[in-house]
Design a protein around this ligand. Structure first.
Ligand code: PMP
Length: 470
């Protein structure tokens, strides 16, 4: 694709920014800072590329927000949605009614689910609603199981499960909890399985077991008879691509089984191919009881989320439970489900999930290992098409031997600024620079992305050196 393309229409960027500042409240945004800078206006996408209102081409290293798995510009998804909107734009699934895309998608997801063991699906409009549904479903399950006192859910610090009240409570983002009395009662947290943060002096394998052991400690502290479920992301996304040691998840499953506790895998990011399997739990070697999904199910073309329900919960909830008093207007939205059906057809037809496992994932790993030789990079970690570079002041032999920057220097944000100015989107989580590109990315495009990242690391190094921080 050309570096700059004649936009199909021209945009008055200043005027758009003025309207944006005047009226549009953005998610997770400091509006005074945004007003000072002016928002970048994204107007078009094709493949892994975006264009802004100035006609500038940008590599989208983040697949939108970890979601555009099949890449931008898929006319067949637009066609499927268009046809469905003409046929039936909306109908609810509440009162003994259903619709064809929703039931077809439910059947397809049951087939694709890990071990085909999740034969029931509850649809929502987003990942946050999926996790709200998880909380209500888990508590309803224990009511039906005759143990209503089991109402505690355990999540992890620095986990992310969404922004609704329940999802933000299940998540462990301190900044979110600090605004508005979260978490709500009945939700507790344990530490995250970050080897860099907590594994000093231990092998990765030993640290994985130790970090899983924190769950058992918490269960015993709270009383096993009161704990309903544990929830976690197979690989933490928003927390900074925290990849747990291989020993972690099987041990978490063993501990949950020991105390009869439900295990929930939040696959909103990891699901639909990000880690080179349809679901992240398949790579991490554990079988959950419930799976929350969103994002990649439609590649973000239309909002959709949901919960895959395994046999244990379905048996009570779907077969003997009577009415589950929960649901959304847009549960099973026909146009969203039509988008998902076509999106999944593309993922399968192009073998994108297998390509991540066999080709693009290993290729990205090699490219990031090469970037880890940069003086500013302490270490690189990748899992499928999710990757992180940690920026450090001084390199060391292992992850625990690097000298970090002071947080207030905000070197990650500085680096992100250079990325933005040079046509590549990476996310900064503290000093961790993240990519999660569309799964449709080619190896040549990974090279292009890595070259640009290296150039921006050089610019960041120059600036950090000029400021005397290194
Ligand atoms: N769970 C995880 C793991 C996520 O990454 C996100 C979104 N980044 C959510 C839940 C919430 O999804 P949504 O923003 O669609 O509500």
């Amino acid at each position: 694709a050309p570096e700059t393309a004649a936009a199909p229409e021209t945009f008055d960027t200043r005027e758009l920014q003025r309207l944006d500042s005047a009226h549009y409240l953005h998610p997770f945004t400091d509006h005074a800072a945004l007003r000072a800078r002016g928002a970048r206006v994204i107007v078009r996408g094709d493949g892994i590329y975006l264009w802004d209102s100035e006609g500038k081409r940008i590599i989208d290293g983040m697949a939108g927000l970890w979601c555009v798995n099949v890449g931008y510009g898929r006319a067949s998804i637009a066609d499927a949605v268009h046809a469905q909107l003409l046929q039936l734009p909306f109908y609810n699934s509440f009162f003994n009614t259903t619709n064809v895309p929703a039931l077809r998608l439910a059947a397809l997801l049951a087939e694709l689910s890990p071990g085909a063991a999740f034969q029931h699906v509850f649809f929502t409009g987003s990942g946050s609603e999926a996790n709200d549904t998880v909380l209500r479903m888990v508590r309803r399950y224990w009511q039906l199981a005759g143990q209503p006192q089991r109402d505690i859910l355990i999540g992890r610090r620095n986990g992310y499960h969404g922004s609704t009240v329940a999802a933000a409570s299940l998540g462990g983002m301190a900044g979110m909890h600090a605004q508005g009395g979260l978490p709500i009662p009945g939700i507790h947290h344990i530490g995250q399985p970050s080897y860099a943060e907590g594994g000093r002096g231990m092998s990765e394998a030993a640290f994985g077991l130790a970090a899983a052991g924190w769950l058992e400690d918490k269960i015993l502290e709270l009383g096993p008879e009161r704990v309903a479920a544990f929830i976690g992301e197979p690989v933490q996304g928003a927390g900074g691509v925290i990849i747990p040691p291989a020993t972690y998840w099987p041990e978490i499953r063993r501990i949950c089984d020991k105390y009869g506790i439900l295990l929930v895998s939040d696959e909103v990011i990891c699901g639909f191919g990000r880690l080179g399997r349809w679901f992240g739990c398949e790579l991490m070697g554990f079988q959950p009881d419930l799976i929350a999904f969103a994002k990649g199910v439609t590649s973000g073309y239309v909002p959709l989320g949901g919960v895959l329900v395994g046999a244990r919960v379905a048996q009570l909830l779907a077969e003997q439970g009577g009415e589950f008093q929960h649901g959304f207007t847009y549960s099973g939205h026909p146009a969203a489900c039509a988008a998902a059906l076509e999106n999944i057809r593309i993922l399968r037809a192009e073998g994108l999930v297998e390509r991540v496992a066999q080709e693009t994932g290993p290729y990205l790993k090699a490219c990031f290992a090469a970037l880890a030789t940069h003086p500013l990079v302490g270490h690189a970690e990748t899992c499928g098409l999710a990757a992180a570079l940690t920026l450090v002041r001084g390199k060391g032999a292992g992850v625990h031997d690097c000298a970090p920057f002071a947080p207030q220097q905000a070197v990650g944000m500085l680096c992100r600024k250079h990325m933005f100015e040079n046509g590549i989107i990476m996310r900064a989580v503290g000093e961790r620079m993240i990519v999660a590109p569309p799964l449709s990315i080619t190896t040549a495009q990974i090279d292009e992305m890595a070259e640009r990242i290296r150039a921006c690391l050089d610019l960041t190094l120059d600036e950090v050196t000029a400021r005397g921080w290194m």
